[in-house]
Design a binder for this molecule. Structure first.
Ligand SMILES: [Zn+2]
Length: 105
C-alpha cells in the first residue's frame, strides 16, 4: 500500500491518464484526464489505463530488444556469407570437402 505524499495527494483526483488530445499548455482537450476513482493496485490509473500505460512501456522495451537481436543475427548471417564467399573465391569447396578428403586417401 503506497503512502507517499504525492500518491496520497493525487489519489483523490482519480485516474491520472491524460487523453491523447490533452494539451498541457492550455490544460484543455476533449478528454483532459480520466479521473476514474477506481484505481488499479498502487498506481494512479484505473485498471483500463494502468494496462495501457504499463504494458505499453514493456512492449516497447521488448521490441527494442528484439530489434537488437534481429540486427545481431543479420550481421552474423552476413559475416557467414562473406566468409563462405571468400573461401570459395580461394578455390576451397566448402561443401564437398569431406568427399575430396576421402577420395585423396
Ligand atoms: Zn483511467
Amino acid at each position: 500500500m503506497r503512502r507517499d505524499a504525492d500518491y496520497l495527494a493525487l489519489k483523490p483526483l482519480g485516474c491520472s491518464y491524460l487523453g491523447p488530445t490533452y494539451d498541457p499548455r492550455t490544460h484543455q482537450g476533449a478528454t483532459p484526464y480520466c479521473g476514474c476513482k477506481d484505481l488499479y493496485a498502487d498506481t494512479l490509473y484505473c485498471a483500463e489505463h494502468a494496462a495501457l500505460m504499463y504494458v505499453k512501456g514493456s512492449a516497447l522495451r521488448k521490441r527494442h530488444k528484439d530489434t537488437r537481436r534481429a540486427d545481431a543475427i543479420q550481421q552474423l548471417v552476413s559475416d557467414f556469407n562473406a566468409a563462405v564467399e571468400e573461401l570459395e573465391q580461394e578455390g576451397f569447396d566448402l561443401y564437398s570437402r569431406d568427399l575430396v578428403e576421402e577420395s585423396m586417401l
